[in-house]
Each structure stands twice: as C-alpha cells, then as structure tokens.
Design a protein around this ligand. Structure first.
Ligand SMILES: [Fe+2]
Ligand SMILES: [Fe+2]
Length: 402
C-alpha cells in the first residue's frame, strides 16, 4: 500500500473509532497514533500532499488512486464539504485532532439533518469544496499549495493512449475515459472560479486529442453554467471527450489533408459519426450517451446533416449542447487546410448560425459563458490569417465542422 493510501485509511479508521468510542478511550488514541505515524511517512515522500474526493474516488497527484477506488470515506467526506484536503509539513497532532473533530462533528450533524457550521481554529490543514467557495481556512496563514497547477499534459497523453487502444482493440477503455474527465473537471475547478484552459495544438496529428479535451471542458463548463446536475455534467464531459472517437478509423492522410477533399474522402470522413457510435456501443461500460452524441453531433438542431436520417428528428440535448462547443473549438484551432479563426470571428460565426445550424438556447448560453470566461482561457497559437477558409465554411454548411 502506498503511504498516501495508508494515511487515508488511518484517517478513516480514526473517524470510525470516534463514532464508536467516547473521548479518552484507548482505541481512539491508538487510531490517532496511527494517523500521525502514517502522516509523517507521507510527508517524508511529499511535503504538500493534496487529495481530492470525487464521486467516491480519491485523486492524488493528478491520478485516481486505484487502491482506494470507491473508498467509502471519499463519498462521506465529500458529502460534508471536504472535496479537497491539503496537508502541510508543520501539521501537528493537535492540528490533526482539530481537523478530525471538525469532520466528525459535520458527519454527526449531517446524520441529524442539521446544517454544517464552520468551526475556526489553528491548523495547517486546509479543506473544502472544489472550486465553489475555495478552501475553508482553519489556518490564517496562506499555504503555498493553495491552488492546483493546470497542466493537462498527462491527460493529453492518456487520450493519445486511449485512441491507440481504440485502434488496437476496437473498444474504448471506459474507466480511463471516466478518469480523464474527472481530472479535467478538477483542472477546471482548481481556482476559485471555473476555468476552461484550452489546450494548445503542437502537432497536426494531435488534433483529435487536444480537440477532445477542449470540447469536453467547454461542454462541462456550459452544462455547469446552465446548472445541470453534476452527474449530468460529468456524463456530458465523457460524451464530449469521445464524440470524435470514430476518427480513429479514418486515415490521417485524409483527416489532415491540406486543401479540398474529394467527394469520396468527404464521405469517408462523415463515417466517423456512425463508426464512433459503433465503437462506443461495442465497449464495456455505460457508453450509451456517448454513442448517441458520436452519432448525432454533425446533425443540426433540427436533425438535418449527417449521417442522413430517413425521418429527421431533433438530436438529444447533450448532442445539441456539445455541438456548439465542438464548432467553437474546431474553428479556433489551426488545421492543415485553414488557419485558426480569432475568438471574435468564431463567436460571430456561431451567433450567425443560431437557430439554423445550432440550437439557439445553447448558442445564447455559450456566448454568455464565453464572454464571462474568455479572459481566463489560454490563447491558442497563431491568430488569424484569413486565407483558405473554404473548407471550414463548406464543412459548416454541410452540417458543422469535421
Ligand atoms: Fe466530428
Ligand atoms: Fe469534433
């Protein structure tokens, strides 16, 4: 067992002991000794350990801890407002005790259905909800590890690996996709406000990777902006991450072809929708929503576009929401056949297609979200150079951007 898992297990045992035995009981003290011992081992390895508790899992050092999957205390801690926990090197026994007393009190209040009260005191432990109200600060001194660095390199590598697995096995490794979306959600909430850090495109063949990450974060941002339930936000994030997974079946020479596509090549590209749905339905895990979005994301909001339907119908809510984010990111990114569009131009384009290609309700929400968040985004490389944009225009005309 890693020292991080041993520490959290000791915390869980001590919390259980607090429920079972009264103050001063030797079992409580023994459990406390264990927490202290495990904490000092942990701090020897990592001076500023940070844990996040999400959906029953524990995220530590940007990874979901496999050994604590569906750890019961993760849900319980998150349930009383501890979605994030930071420990600093000077943490003493009394700091730890004060923290555990606070959690114990919250758990008891929770059981009794009462509201949670803030307790202040001296501690070098910080905890709180992720990205909503910041961390509850038991220590008046600011800590150096207060915010999580937004670095999506590992997530991008995981998506690259995931696409490789799809090519090799024809199935999506579902748990890794879910884990990446959890990490993206964490990255979005690493500051006081929600941040959508769009990823730079370094190489042309990284397009599907960076595009998947950006569309996933934009879509989760939009769903949150619209106050969707968190379980739906996460499901939309997963579907958005995988919306173009069918492109793994298209040769890169066609996907990245500079200049005009032949009618056959265009037809081939269009199959990424049906192929994507097929791959997702063949995969284990609950990928139904992702399959629907993969199938529908190039249909306009009234059901016209591709793949052609005998009886056009309005696509699923998730497909209509993700479509707006998909088009925005596709236009903002440099492609072999056209330069990136500047933000204002992409926004203007989306506005002009509202009610035609795209659902006006989601367009309005997207535009107001992006107006609010735009300054916090990482700007993409190389702004406009408005030449050779024909393929983008063509693509959008024939139902959005490939
Ligand atoms: Fe697509
Ligand atoms: Fe896309």
């Amino acid at each position: 067992m890693t020292s991080a898992a041993a520490f959290l297990n000791a915390v869980g045992k001590r919390l259980s002991a607090m429920s079972l035995y009264g103050a001063g009981h030797p079992s409580r003290d023994q459990a406390m000794d264990q927490v202290l011992e495990e904490m000092s081992m942990l701090l020897r390895e990592n001076a500023f350990p940070v844990f996040n508790f999400l959906d029953g899992d524990v995220v530590y050092e940007n990874c979901v801890m496999a050994e604590l999957r569906q750890w019961e205390w993760s849900l319980r801690l998150a349930g009383v407002g501890v979605e994030r926990l930071e420990i600093s090197p000077g943490t003493s026994r009394s700091d730890l005790e004060a923290f555990l007393e606070e959690i114990h009190a919250r758990l008891n209040l929770e059981d009794a259905g009462a509201s949670v009260q803030e307790v202040s005191g001296q501690s070098s432990i910080r905890f709180g909800e992720v990205g909503i109200e910041g961390l509850s600060d038991l220590d008046p001194e600011p800590l150096t590890t207060a915010t999580m660095e937004v670095n999506l390199r590992e997530e991008a590598e995981t998506i690259g690996w995931l696409h490789g697995e799809v090519m090799r096995t024809g199935e999506v490794p579902a748990s890794e996709a879910v884990a990446v979306v959890k990490l993206l959600s964490l990255a979005m909430h690493s500051e006081r406000d929600v941040v959508v850090p769009l990823v730079h495109l370094k190489q042309v063949d990284q397009y599907t990777t960076t595009h998947s990450i950006n569309v996933s974060m934009l879509s989760m941002g939009l769903a949150e902006y619209l106050n969707f339930a968190s379980v739906d936000v996460r499901a939309i994030g997963e579907a958005a991450l995988l919306h173009d997974v069918g492109k793994t079946k298209i040769p890169l020479s066609v996907l990245n072809k500079p200049g005009k596509l032949t009618p056959d090549e265009w037809k081939l590209i269009q199959t990424h929708t049906t192929e994507g749905a097929r791959i997702l339905l063949a995969s284990s895990g609950h990928m139904e929503l992702a399959a629907i979005v993969a199938y529908e994301h190039h249909l306009d909001w009234q059901g016209e576009g591709y793949p052609e339907m005998t009886y056009p119908r309005q696509p699923h809510t998730a497909s209509r929401l993700i479509q707006v984010c998909d088009i925005y990111d596709a236009l903002r990114t440099r492609r072999p056949f056209r330069p990136p569009w500047p933000h204002d131009r992409a926004v203007e384009f989306i506005r002009s297609r509202s009610g035609e290609a795209m659902d006006p309700e989601f367009v309005d929400a997207f535009l107001s979200m992006i107006r609010q968040w735009e300054p916090r985004q990482i700007a993409l490389d190389g702004e406009s150079d408005p030449e050779d944009e024909t393929r983008a225009e063509e693509a959008v005309d024939s139902s959005s951007v490939p």
